[in-house]
Design a protein around this ligand. Sequence first.
Ligand SMILES: Cc1cc2nc3c(=O)[nH]c(=O)nc-3n(C[C@H](O)[C@H](O)[C@H](O)COP(=O)(O)O)c2cc1C
Length: 183
Amino acid sequence: MTQRTLIIFGSPHKDGNTAALVDALKETLSGEVVEISAWYANISPCLDCRRCWETAQCALRDDMDLAYADDYDNIVLASPVHYGTLPGKVLSLASRLQTRRGKHLSRSGAKMSEKKAALILTAGGRNDSDTALHHARCVFKMMGARGFEERSVTSMRTDDISATADEAALARAREIGRLLSDI
Ligand SMILES: Cc1cc2nc3c(=O)[nH]c(=O)nc-3n(C[C@H](O)[C@H](O)[C@H](O)COP(=O)(O)O)c2cc1C
């Protein structure tokens, strides 16, 4: 069976540091890949309308439907660190995962399939990524994706060394692509 991977891409730069690591991961990743750009997709933040409290469904219809599709084997979150956490656009997308809160799912009888998680993080060099990791963990939890700790790669000094020249990070990203491809 062909496996499917969703990549949530959190950089405004299509050819930046995060993209370099995503490209390396894709070199070894097999199956179908769906990408959502948190910056350029049409995704509204959660309006807290509370429709999902009973139905576990979102009232809004936009590009978030790609993330709501629950037929992925892998979820890759790839993002730069902005102000010590994920960029606002990524947090805005993440807010829409409120539909997947355990309480809402159990009330509606909905269940999520289990998926593998992988994380790509880049940062200029201030090494304050704890909050980014916390938010990444929230995203994966809400998507039913596990084990990002074993499939994560960081390039945290991009002010000095671009991720395109960070050979260790590029090699690790390729390794993660292979790990995600093991069924
Ligand atoms: C608004 C903004 C905030 C940032 N905040 C941080 C930060 O808190 N810590 C850090 O190490 N780098 C920070 N950076 C630097 C980016 O994380 C870094 O340049 C990253 O490699 C950019 O990745 P990209 O080329 O994929 O967009 C920030 C950059 C921007 C534009």
